[in-house]
Design a protein around this ligand. Structure first.
Ligand code: IVH
Length: 673
């Protein structure tokens, strides 16, 4: 009996190891997560019943250890080396020539070309296939024992896979934090008013140096192995690439961006290809590494002081630099949000010269304790706008100035309001504030709002720039001759624009409400408001309590609506829009749908997936015209689910609830019924 239990436990462990490898290392899961979880719980239950069979390499024992009081020292059996750097093709060519001279060869060298992962070097020691020790690089000879923390990294096997396992296998690799985990960690830190990490590498280092492995376990670290250390036993490897393949077979995580290349040309080709991919990779890299692939050649080349002669790092342009914070301006965005913007002493970072960088909001400024005059770290990674990530407080002279939120909008002088519990401060100027005007006008003219064909973002900017329009009402006073004079405009396009503006004078109340750009009032909310109030005057007069009786409107949106209609400037603009001499906007009569006239009237419909014959928006418009209600999520109240290609969770939910599922053809029929 007990033997059977023991067998069952071992069987479950083997199965879990196999699937964990497929999931965490190879990224090719074969079974659903739920099935994995079920196997895992089964093992947990058996181990709870039979604690005598618990072994430290069991998949359930990743976060076992208690918090440490300090890390102990580990001496590396083979020193952990570092790499020399090159920064250009010329320097790379010189490196290549040195190697060929030393090897006295005319032949092109073959390299293993690998991303240079931006994390921390770690050594893992497996004895008889079991992970027994993990250590940081330290000074190369002595590092710190971080075994308990490394054990929490899901892609690091606690037991190697396969049959032919050396007695002792030491592997080296890089521990890092994937970008997604880093962003999530920092977002959580911000939300909790805690300090954020400057970059994924610092976050990885901070997480690995936690004395409590339970904390590390929550930090989603990852690891890629890139070299062997001390080995006792057979490990067939004439080349570095073979060795990496063997590591993969043993269940160890190895980066899959590695390629075999020839000569400087091959290296440069790889360099450019990876540089192009850099932003899209799920982890940070700071360059590439080229390693002579042939181990016998590596041995001939040997080492200089702390670095091998047979490998070199080819660094990418840095994504972080230090510079001086010379001042802070406040920018007003489309919704009136104030963003503190750092004025910097120009600095070359991430491939461009940066003189402005975002400070996000005042909460961030406070949390990071950034002051004018500080030496700051600026980061520009990929397409993300440059940001100030930290102040170098050790460089402070004491003459630095605190950063203060202005009391008045730098654009329109209206009051600035900071809502309790919100990080963002806003200008209260609404449609009156120039900074918000341009965006308000773009939104007003857009397709789903007043749908003024030809009045795109560029033209709005041109018109505002030229002083021809200041508010949305001014659109209706534009004249053909004026427009025709603008750059890139002619008679014909001016005529077309005037015609489009005229067409927009007749509009549904719902579109008009949406076009006003009230905070958090999207299309659906605008439609509900139009249904509920049937006219703009009644909407203007509604109070918060009353507004909350409208479907989908809660206290926050109600507040925004009331606030909007309380601004004298906004009321003035609306009056002008409806004024016969200025905007002359008229509302379309609401189509009265008789209950019997449509099979769809009063029905609630949800649309999901990709439609082929019509767009989702068109389907929605037809449904609304037929008197149906279109909502976003499936519930027991849903009458129909219109499902297109690749319908996902909404389809399965509808099936579960027994909602009638229709396709486009069925929709046609219902619409014409
Ligand atoms: S090989 C004997 N390969 O870069 C060669 N290192 O600047 C030892 N690194 O300490 C290193 N990616 O932490 C190697 N694919 C890669 C690497 C890599 C990142 C790190 C490693 C090393 C540092 C040297």
């Amino acid at each position: 009996m007990t033997q059977r239990v023991q067998q069952q436990i071992e069987q479950l462990r083997a199965e879990l190891r196999h699937h964990a490898n497929l999931y965490y290392v190879l990224d090719q899961p074969e079974i659903p997560d739920a099935e994995y979880d079920r196997l895992y719980r089964q093992l947990q239950d058996l181990e709870a019943e039979h604690p005598e069979y618990i072994r430290s390499d069991s998949p359930t024992q990743r976060v076992g250890a208690k918090p440490l009081t300090s890390f102990s020292q580990v001496r590396h059996r083979v020193p952990m080396l570092s790499l020399d750097n090159v920064f250009s093709e010329d320097e790379l060519a010189a490196f290549n020539k040195r190697l060929r001279d030393r090897l006295e060869t005319e032949q092109e060298l073959v390299f293993s070309a690998e991303p240079k992962l931006d994390g921390l070097a770690v050594s893992l020691v497996y004895e008889q296939g079991e992970l027994v020790q993990a250590a940081t690089r330290g000074d190369g000879n002595t590092g710190e024992d971080v075994t308990s923390n490394i054990r929490t990294i899901q892609s690091v096997p606690l037991r190697l896979l396969g049959e032919k396992i050396p007695d002792v296998l030491e592997v080296r690799g890089e521990v890092f934090m994937p970008k997604a985990a880093f962003n999530k960690l920092n977002a959580e830190a911000s939300a909790n008013d805690e300090k954020t990490f400057v970059n994924p590498r610092n976050a990885a280092a901070g997480s690995l140096r936690q004395l409590d492995p339970a904390v590390t376990a929550h930090r989603s670290l990852a690891m890629y192995c890139y070299a062997l250390g001390y080995v006792d036993g057979d490990l067939p490897s004439h080349t570095h690439s073979e060795a990496l393949a063997t590591l993969r077979h043993l269940g160890l995580p190895v980066c899959n961006e590695i390629e075999i290349v020839t000569g400087v040309e091959g290296c440069m080709h790889f360099y450019h290809a990876i540089l192009k991919k850099r932003d899209a990779l799920p982890y940070d890299i700071d360059g590439v590494v080229y390693k002579v692939d042939d181990i016998s050649l590596q041995e001939k080349l040997g080492f200089v002081s702390r670095a091998p002669r047979w490998a070199i790092a080819h660094k990418f342009p840095a994504q972080e630099e230090m510079t001086q914070l010379e001042g802070v301006d406040f920018q007003v965005g489309r919704t009136g949000a104030l963003t503190p913007v750092a004025r910097l002493k120009p600095v070359f970072v991430g491939g461009v010269t940066v003189s402005n960088a975002t400070l996000h909001n005042m909460d961030e400024v406070r949390r990071k304790d950034i002051r004018v005059g500080d030496t700051v770290i600026v980061r520009r990674a990929g397409d993300v706008i440059p940001e100030v990530v930290a102040a170098v407080t050790s460089r402070r002279s004491g003459d630095e100035d605190m950063i203060h939120l202005p009391e008045h909008c730098p654009v329109c002088q209206s009051d600035i309001e900071q809502v309790e519990g919100e990080a963002v401060a806003r200008c209260t100027g609404g449609l009156f504030c120039r900074a918000q005007q341009v965006e308000a006008i773009k939104h007003f003219a857009s397709r789903k709002a007043m749908d003024i064909d030809g009045l795109g973002d560029k033209l709005v900017e041109q018109l505002v720039e030229a002083g021809m329009i200041k508010s949305v009402a001014d659109i209706y006073t534009l004249e053909k001759e004026q427009i025709a004079k603008l750059e890139r405009m002619g008679e014909k396009s001016a005529e077309n624009l005037i015609a489009a503006i005229d067409r927009s004078r007749t509009v549904s109340l719902a579109r008009f409400i949406y076009a006003l750009g009230i905070r958090e009032v999207g299309e659906a909310t605008a439609r509900n408001l139009a249904d509920a109030y049937q006219g703009i005057e009644k909407l203007k007069a509604a109070d918060e309590e009353d507004l909350q009786t409208v479907p989908d409107i809660g206290p926050v949106v109600a507040k925004h609506i009331v606030h909007f209609f309380r601004q004298p400037h906004n009321l003035e603009v609306i009056d002008q829009l409806l004024d016969k001499k200025i905007g002359a906007i008229q509302f379309e009569a609401v189509p009265v749908v008789k209950a019997s006239s449509s099979a769809l009237s009063g029905k609630t419909v949800v649309i999901t997936g990709t439609l082929s014959g019509i767009t989702r928006d068109e389907a929605k418009q037809s449904l609304l015209a037929a008197g149906a209600k279109v909502t976003g999520s499936v519930s027991a109240k849903t009458d129909y689910l219109l499902a297109g290609e690749k319908a996902g969770s909404k389809l399965s939910k509808a099936e579960k609830l027994g909602v009638t599922i229709i396709d486009e053809a069925a929709l046609e029929k219902l619409l014409s019924a």
